[in-house]
Design a protein around this ligand. Structure first.
Ligand SMILES: NC(=O)c1ccc[n+]([C@@H]2O[C@H](COP(=O)([O-])OP(=O)(O)OC[C@H]3O[C@@H](n4cnc5c(N)ncnc54)[C@H](OP(=O)(O)O)[C@@H]3O)[C@@H](O)[C@H]2O)c1
Length: 244
């Protein structure tokens, strides 16, 4: 699928799934606007525009939209991939951590949607949110993260209906456990990383983690004209985890 005429914003482009999504859009010929918090990215290419900042800060999101309008005019695709997972028992979760999780997964997504929908051209556009299997099912120790990703699903469904008349589609990809640097690092912190990996794999029907490129394939599909009649949908890419 070719996306030569597409300008795409990818958030959380700094690592893992965001990096894979950016690489895939680049390969399809899209013009890329990339953002995450780190000062610079390892993998920008000539033509990519990288604008670092915190999406929890509305002033930054307004500036990001202004610079997107300045450099590209319109934005056809927005991939809301940024996110933050803070785990722990509910009764031990600090209020500040809870606010961080809700801001970084949900309220920041609202801010980007609010300020980027007006940049979409008259023929429409596509938002693809990267949610989680934990936005669909609960898990001990992940209650706030689940609440935030579940909220993201409803944000996407509501916006899909609100913007349908403008042909702005809004969908969610819900990854399962994916072998990104942050996940690999969390495995390495376990006393027996290999045993822990086998345990986690055994909980997934397909018996393995996803690789970031498998999530990127689903994101690009929902961003592209191949999914032109799909809006308000949640696509699990989780090896069957939520099929139970
Ligand atoms: N990996 C998995 O197993 C898995 C499973 C289900 C869902 N997901 C979701 O998939 C997405 C990507 O996951 P990943 O594993 O690739 O995570 P990651 O490596 O931790 O990447 C997250 C990205 O989001 C950015 N980010 C976080 N908070 C931000 C904020 N307030 N403002 C701007 N940027 C912010 C980070 O920027 P900096 O690093 O520059 O600070 C980073 O680039 C997340 O939404 C995650 O919840 C992942």
């Amino acid at each position: 699928m070719r996306l030569e005429k597409v300008t795409a914003l990818v958030t959380g482009a700094g690592s893992g799934i965001g990096e894979a999504v950016s690489a895939r859009f680049r390969r399809e010929g899209a013009q890329l606007l990339l953002t995450s918090r780190r000062e610079r990215l390892g993998t920008t290419r000539p033509g990519d525009v990288y604008i670092p900042g915190d999406l929890n800060d509305e002033a930054f999101v307004v500036e990001l939209a202004r610079r997107a309008a300045e450099s590209a005019g319109t934005v056809n695709v927005v991939v809301l991939n940024h996110g933050l997972q803070v785990s722990g028992p509910l009764t031990e979760m600090a209020y500040d951590d809870a606010k961080d999780v809700l801001h970084s997964n949900l309220l920041s997504a609202f801010l980007v949607m609010k300020h980027f929908a007006p940049l979409m051209p008259p023929e429409g556009g596509s938002f693809v949110c990267v949610g989680s299997r934990l936005g669909i099912v609960g898990k001990p120790g992940e209650v706030l993260y689940s609440a935030a990703k579940g909220g993201l699903i409803m944000l996407a469904k509501g916006a899909a209906i609100e913007w349908a008349a403008r042909n702005i589609r809004v969908n969610v990809v819900a990854p399962g456990l994916t072998a990104t640097p942050v996940i690999e690092a969390s495995f390495r912190r376990r006393p027996d990383p290999e045993a822990y990996r086998r345990l986690r794999e055994s909980q997934i029907p397909l018996q393995r983690l996803a690789v970031p490129e498998e999530i990127a394939d689903a994101v690009v599909f929902l961003a592209s004209p191949e999914s032109s009649y799909i809006t308000g949908a949640v696509l699990p890419v989780d090896g069957g985890y939520t099929a139970f």
